[in-house]
Write a protein that binds this ligand. Structure first.
Ligand SMILES: [Zn+2]
Length: 458
C-alpha cells in the first residue's frame, strides 16, 4: 500500500470514529431526556423498550456512516464503464437508496449511471455491497422467510415485528417467501454427498455399521387451483404430498440426513428419491426401508436401495389390527384388547400365516367387520415378507418410524395443515421445500442461491 493510500485509509477510520461519536451523542441525548426526568423511575422492561425503540435509528446511522467511509471511493465516482458495452458513462443525478437492514434504516446517496446505448442503469456500489433491489435487505429477507416457514402467513409479519422491531408488510413476507421458495431445489435442499458421507462416518463404530433408514410416506394436503385475475378462487381438493426421510441409527442416537416432501406424482417421487440415493455411500451402511402398505412407495424404495431390508411400519400395521378389533369386538372391549395383543405378538415373531389363518376362521360380526377382515388379510398377505420385527430388533433395524416421528411427525405437513388454509400447489411445495431445507440444515445454501440470483446486475 502506498503512503497516499494509507493516509486515505487512516483518514477514513478517523472520520468514521467522529461520525459514530456524533451518533452516540444524539442517542445519549434521547436517553437522557427520557430517563433522567426527576419524577421518572423506569423499570427494566421500560428501559429495554426504550433501547429497542431508539437503537434502530442509532445503528442505522452508524451503518450508513460505515459504508460512507469504507466505500468513499465508490461514492465519489464520476465515471463508470457500462457493464454491458464498457462505454464510459457519466454519473447521473444523485440517487438515493433507502434500505433497511436488521440494524435499522439507512439512506445511501450513491452515484448512479445510465448507459444510453444499452438503455441500462447501474450502480457499482450496489454491486459491491450486494444491495437488494428490495428496500428490506437480504439479511431481513432471510430471517423473514424462515419465520414464514414456521408460522401462518397471517401472523408471521406481526410476530417478526414483535421480536425484531421491524414492521414488515404481509405482502413482503409472502412475496419474499415465494421468491426464495422458487430457488429451493432438491439439489440444494439435500445435503451434499460429502456432508452425507461425513455423517455416515460419524455414526460408524469400531464394530458397528450404522443402519440407514429410508422412511417414505404420503399425506393429504388441502389444495386449490391458483385463481386467475378477476376469477373466484378455484375449487379445493386434497392432493397427496409424497415424501421421504432418511436418517442414521447409530448405537446411541438418531442422525438426520435428509427430508424431502412435495405434492407430486409417484413418478416424480421416484426420480427425487433416486437423486438423493445417489448421494449415499450405500456400501458403507446397512439399509432399512420403512413404509406402510402402499405399493408405489415400495417400488421406488427398492429400486433406489436394492440391498435395503424391507420393513412394514410396525405402528401402521398395528393400526390395521386395531381397526378389525374395534369393528369385530367393540372399541376398547376386553376381548378387543386381548385379540390385538395376541395378534401383534404373533406378528412380532413373524407368524404371518398363522395370523391370516386365524382371520379366515373368524366369524365376522357384520358386513363391515367382514370387509375389514378381508382387507387385513390382503394387507398382511401382500406385506408378508416385510413382517419380521423380532429379527429387525436383533439386527438393530427400525421397526417403525415412530421413534423419529415424534420429533419429526410430518415435519412438513404440520405447517400445511395447521393454518386451515387451502394451498395453491406451487406455494404449498415452496413451503415444503423451505421447511425441509431448515430441517436438513441446508437453508443457508438455499438462501444463498436465491440471493445470487437477485444481486444487482453485472
Ligand atoms: Zn452500454
Amino acid at each position: 500500500m502506498g503512503l497516499a493510500a494509507y493516509n486515505i485509509e487512516a483518514d477514513s477510520k478517523e472520520q468514521f470514529r467522529y461520525m459514530i461519536h456524533d451518533e452516540v451523542d444524539k442517542w445519549v441525548d434521547q436517553i437522557i431526556d427520557e430517563v433522567f426526568e426527576d419524577d421518572r423511575h423506569p423499570t427494566v422492561m421500560e428501559l429495554s423498550e426504550l433501547f429497542a425503540k431508539t437503537k434502530q435509528k442509532f445503528f442505522g446511522a452508524c451503518f450508513q456512516a460505515l459504508i460512507e467511509q469504507k466505500y468513499a471511493g465508490l461514492l465519489e465516482q464520476e465515471y463508470a464503464p457500462c457493464p454491458k458495452c464498457a462505454k464510459m458513462c457519466k454519473k447521473r443525478r444523485g440517487n438515493l437508496k433507502e434500505m433497511v437492514t436488521m440494524q435499522g434504516p439507512s439512506v445511501l446517496k450513491r452515484p448512479w449511471f445510465y448507459c444510453v446505448d444499452c438503455s441500462y442503469g447501474f450502480s457499482p456500489l450496489d454491486k459491491v455491497l450486494e444491495i437488494s433491489r428490495k428496500k428490506h435487505q437480504f439479511d431481513i429477507q432471510k430471517k423473514a422467510t424462515k419465520t414464514t416457514a414456521e408460522v401462518p402467513f397471517s401472523c408471521s409479519s406481526e410476530l417478526f415485528a414483535d421480536l425484531t422491531g421491524h414492521p414488515l408488510s404481509d405482502h413482503f413476507m409472502h412475496d419474499t417467501f415465494e421468491r426464495v421458495g422458487a430457488h429451493a431445489s432438491l439439489e440444494d435442499v439435500t445435503p451434499s454427498k460429502d456432508e452425507i458421507a461425513k455423517r455416515c462416518r460419524e455414526a460408524t463404530g469400531d464394530s458397528w455399521r450404522p443402519v440407514l433408514v429410508v422412511a417414505a410416506d404420503g399425506a393429504h394436503v388441502p389444495t386449490r387451483a391458483k385463481a386467475k385475475r378477476n376469477e373466484k378462487r378455484g375449487a379445493g381438493r386434497w392432493q397427496e404430498a409424497k415424501g421421504f426421510r432418511i436418517y442414521l441409527l447409530s448405537q446411541d442416537r438418531i442422525i438426520h440426513l435428509a427430508s424431502w416432501h412435495q405434492i407430486q406424482n409417484e413418478e416424480q417421487f421416484g426420480k427425487d428419491l433416486a437423486v438423493v440415493a445417489s448421494r449415499i455411500p450405500q456400501h458403507q451402511v446397512r439399509i432399512g426401508l420403512l413404509g406402510d402398505g402402499a405399493e408405489w412407495l415400495w417400488k421406488h424404495m427398492t429400486y433406489c436401495f436394492p440391498k435395503g431390508r424391507q420393513v412394514l411400519d410396525y405402528y401402521h400395521c398395528v393400526e390395521h389390527i386395531h381397526k378389525v378389533a374395534t369393528v369385530q369386538y367393540g372399541e376398547k372391549s376386553q376381548q378387543a384388547l386381548e385379540w390385538v395383543e395376541s395378534t401383534v405378538s404373533r406378528l412380532f415373531f413373524a407368524e404371518v400365516s398363522s395370523v391370516i389363518g386365524g382371520l379366515r376362521r373368524m366369524k365376522p360380526k357384520d358386513s363391515e367387520s367382514e370387509e375389514e377382515i378381508r382387507k387385513l388379510i390382503v394387507y398382511l398377505d401382500n406385506n408378508r415378507d416385510r413382517i419380521h420385527y423380532q429379527g429387525d430388533r436383533i439386527g438393530g433395524y427400525p421397526i417403525g418410524s415412530g421413534e423419529i416421528e415424534s420429533a419429526n411427525k410430518f415435519i412438513c405437513h404440520t405447517r400445511l395443515k395447521r393454518s386451515g388454509a387451502w394451498w395453491v400447489k406451487e406455494t404449498g411445495n415452496e413451503m415444503l421445500r423451505i421447511r425441509c431445507a431448515v430441517y436438513n440444515g441446508t437453508y443457508d445454501k438455499v438462501f444463498e442461491r436465491y440471493k445470487n440470483a437477485n444481486l444487482p446486475h453485472d
